[in-house]
Design a protein around this ligand. Structure first.
Ligand code: AMP
Length: 471
């Protein structure tokens, strides 16, 4: 069975009388990381209660009762972004597992690369899975572990799973945060004025609840918070930083900092680098709202061309990528954006977008701009061509759907109908983000662009090798 991809948002708090409400606010600012489902598990003096459902956070918690019943001083929450085929509420997190010796809440962001083989092994040993999410694998490993303490069980289990993961666990006495050995997904720690500890996928959620940033959770770390305070341990020393570059390029919110680097500033530098690498004869620069506005402003500043509002986004439409079929995705793009005729008519436009995945968005926007009277549309992309799938938690698992894996630059330009097409170089991207780490690519994962995966691919290796031969 194909496991479900999880690219999500996590939030947790320990030590606040309104823990579930704080978690709601935190998740609200992480909504861009997932819109298909949401949930919260709260700890009320050792008793764990949960509420979860499909859709936006505001839909799942639309009546105040659902939050009010989650009383207690600790909570973990999750917003979920899944691929096609997710079968309903059973896969919505956090999961709440009930055991005779105490319940366990669990939320996960990322994708495990050995989930299928682990699951097979666990099922053969008698485990019964409730969902087809990767996340349950960790719970079964913990329950099967022969270690004596809960913490040792968790550590031993984390050593057995591979891939990209940020976890938040909540039991009756503590909250545990853990990050994979490469730190593919971001996870930040903060502290509230009353001393409560907070964890969030992005620092924007710490700001939203008024928490002070303490530090990022580092690769291979496990952080334990209980009524005695917070302590940091490691479950492995074999770590190598490889932060997902798509977090900086597209996924994260511009007001978040990842590894101390502000996302908006990094995107702006990507735009500047792009303008240096590809100066274009044009009249105006237009960014594709919202994720490309930072890069577009960088391109405009560096090139000296005016930055114009040539595209307007309907703010009440969800991200197009979320739609599970190509037909719905195309419909999504149409509903999402319109061109400003008065701005683009008769103008040579540099259209800046952050990435091209399947080509749907660029093709549609070039068409929109031309229909609104743009005399030329030059497409400038603030990342390199996406040619390889991601197995660590970004929803691109087959090469078949990646336009750059199957077409040359000239062909893509033609397919999207642009007058010219340019992508930021790999080195330009590394320098623009500006991580200072000794690991390869300065501590970034660039596998989507160059196929250089920082880890073995385990369960995915065979299919991946096959796709290299066929795409
Ligand atoms: P496409 O239309 O398939 O070429 O997708 C490209 C658009 O999707 C770009 O405008 C990006 O902002 C956005 N995008 C890029 N990567 C992702 C992703 N992993 N998930 C959701 N949206 C993405």
């Amino acid at each position: 069975m194909k496991s479900l991809n999880e690219e999500c948002g996590l939030f947790g708090v320990w030590g606040h009388p309104e823990a579930s409400r704080i978690t709601y606010f935190g998740l609200h600012s992480l909504q861009h990381r997932g819109q298909e489902g949401a949930g919260i598990v709260a700890n009320d003096a050792g008793a764990l209660h949960s509420h979860r459902g499909l859709g936006l956070l505001s839909t799942v918690f639309q009546d105040d009762q659902s939050l009010a019943q989650l009383s207690g001083q600790a909570a973990v929450g999750h917003v979920r972004y899944a691929t096609a085929g997710g079968d309903g509420v059973n896969n919505v997190q956090p999961f709440l597992f009930r055991f005779y010796d105490g319940n366990l809440g669990m939320a996960h962001n990322g994708n495990l690369t050995n989930a299928c083989s682990m699951r097979r092994k666990l099922e053969e040993a008698g485990a019964i899975f409730q969902s087809n999410s990767d996340t349950e694998v960790l719970m079964h490993l913990i329950r099967h572990s022969k270690q004596t303490t809960f913490l040792e069980k968790v550590k031993k289990s984390l050593q057995q799973i591979k891939g990209g993961f940020a976890y938040l666990l909540l039991n009756k006495t503590e909250m545990i945060a853990a990050l994979d050995p490469n730190g593919f997904r971001p996870l930040a720690m903060g502290k509230m004025q009353n001393g409560a500890y907070v964890f969030a996928s992005e620092t924007c959620a710490l700001d939203a609840v008024g928490a002070q940033f303490v530090r990022d959770v580092n690769p291979g770390e496990i952080v334990i918070v209980n009524d005695e305070g917070m302590r940091i341990e490691t479950y492995t020393k074999q770590t190598q930083l490889a932060i997902c570059s798509m977090e900086y390029i597209y996924f994260a919110r511009p007001d978040s900092n990842i590894a101390g680097i502000n996302v908006h500033t990094a995107r702006k530098r990507m735009g500047r680098k792009l303008a240096k690498e590809y100066p274009i004869e044009a009249d105006i620069v237009v960014g594709v709202p919202n994720s490309s506005l930072s890069a577009a402003s960088g391109y405009a500043e560096e090139s000296g061309l005016p930055y114009e509002l040539g595209l307007v986004k309907n703010q009440y439409i969800q991200r197009t990528f979320i739609q599970p079929t190509q037909h719905l995705r195309e419909q999504g793009v149409r509903m999402k954006l319109s061109a400003v005729r008065g701005v683009v008519k008769g103008r040579r436009v540099v259209m800046v977008d952050d990435s091209i995945v399947r080509g749907t968005t660029s093709r549609r926007i070039v068409k929109l701009l031309k229909a609104a009277g743009a005399s030329e549309v030059h497409v400038a992309i603030s990342s390199p061509p996406l040619k390889y799938p991601c197995f660590y938690g970004i929803d691109i698992q087959t090469r078949k759907e990646l336009i750059a894996a199957n077409h040359s630059l000239a062909e893509i330009r033609q397919i999207i109908g642009a007058d010219s097409l340019h992508f930021l170089s790999e080195q330009g991207l590394i320098e623009a983000i500006g991580l200072q780490n000794n690991a390869p690519y300065s501590g970034l994962c660039l596998a989507y662009f160059n196929g250089d995966y920082p880890t073995p691919l385990y369960d995915y290796e065979k299919d991946y090798q096959k796709s290299l031969r066929t795409c």
